[in-house]
Design a protein around this ligand. Structure first.
Ligand code: SAH
Length: 306
């Protein structure tokens, strides 16, 4: 095995499998794709580190774990037609291309798109088609898509992307009110008008810039502008926007709020409100729900068992 292949296998075992990526197809593909060929010259030795790396135009090639998480969430199947928004280096498109039939990938920076297209062609990823443009508008000429993966974070879910999903299609996209942090969402289309939304936790992506994303200067773009508000908000406002009302502990909906952790391998509960009776009741209700509904098998406690 070459040194890069050795590092690649280690990356898949340590950074992906042990962190909860379970889809064997995703793990196997990521053992094959030579990430060292997608980083900037001189960065090859860091290609299998646990992080994003800089590429041209101030952009990044995403952390391997994030690529795996998004690809797994998109549930790609061999006949699928996929759209990726944010080609960057082309790495995530290459991963998707080995799990689906066709990958259209769109990049707003023309020079990044050109380099990625040349690289993907040279490495033989012939089912990847690179486009230049604003991916927040989707790619009408190739729609509908079985899956859409967005590799940059915007303030809203662009309507065009929802409308360009096939029925049963999955849109995986980081969305957040600040450029510093987003929630990774999976939106599944069930009919012309019905969509489901699931959350996969907090992530941090480069900004999605375009008609349905951020403007170049960091404010909301005209078409999704909320009058009198920019995305720069006080801490109090951000906490106010993030808090969620909780039903009472005995209400089954209480535990259901924690379904968002169903895919996690480890869930840590508590701390800030430690010692209150509400803390113990909430901990019991959440733990019961995760065991009964999601098959959690081990509870490790570093607290009193009140
Ligand atoms: N998937 C890439 C990650 C690239 S980072 C990889 O594996 O390397 C995200 C990319 O999204 C950047 O290159 C950025 O230029 C691009 N981007 C941001 N907004 C965009 C938009 N509206 N349309 C298309 N690309 C966009």
């Amino acid at each position: 095995m070459t040194e890069f292949a050795h590092l690649r296998h280690g990356m898949v075992d340590v950074q992906l499998a042990r962190r909860g990526i379970r889809d064997r197809r995703v793990l196997n593909v990521m053992k094959q794709i030579p990430r060292e060929q997608f980083v900037e010259p001189g960065f090859e030795e860091f290609a299998y580190e646990d992080g994003a790396l800089p590429i041209a135009n101030g952009q990044t090639i995403s952390q391997p774990y994030i690529v795996a998480l998004m690809t797994e969430a998109a549930e790609l199947k061999p006949p699928d037609k996929v759209l990726e928004v944010g080609t960057g280096s082309g790495y995530a498109a290459a991963v998707a291309s080995r799990l689906a039939k066709t990958v259209h990938t769109i990049e707003r920076h023309e020079d990044l798109a050109r380099v990625a297209a040349g690289r993907l062609a040279a490495l033989g990823y012939d089912n990847c088609i690179v486009h230049t443009g604003d991916g927040t508008r989707g790619l009408l000429e190739a729609a509908p898509f079985d899956a859409i993966l967005v590799a940059a974070g915007g303030p809203i879910v662009p309507d065009a992307l929802k409308r360009q999903l096939s029925i049963g299609g999955r849109l995986v996209i980081p969305v957040g009110d600040s450029e510093q942090e987003q929630s990774l969402l999976r939106i599944t289309r069930w009919s012309d008008t019905e969509y489901d939304e699931e959350t996969f936790g907090a992530v941090r992506f480069v900004p999605l810039i375009g008609e349905q994303g951020w403007a170049e200067d960091g404010t909301r773009s005209a078409s999704n502008h909320v009058p009198g508000r920019t995305h720069f908000r006080s801490l109090t406002e951000m906490i106010g926007a993030a808090v969620e009302p909780l039903p009472s502990f005995c209400d089954p909906d209480f535990g259901a709020l924690f379904d968002r952790f169903a895919h996690s391998r480890v869930v840590l509960l508590g701390e800030a409100s430690h010692g209150t009776s509400e803390f113990y009741q909430a901990r019991a209700a959440i733990t019961r729900h995760l065991i009964e509904k999601h098959g959690f098998t081990t509870v490790a406690v570093e607290a009193g068992l009140a």
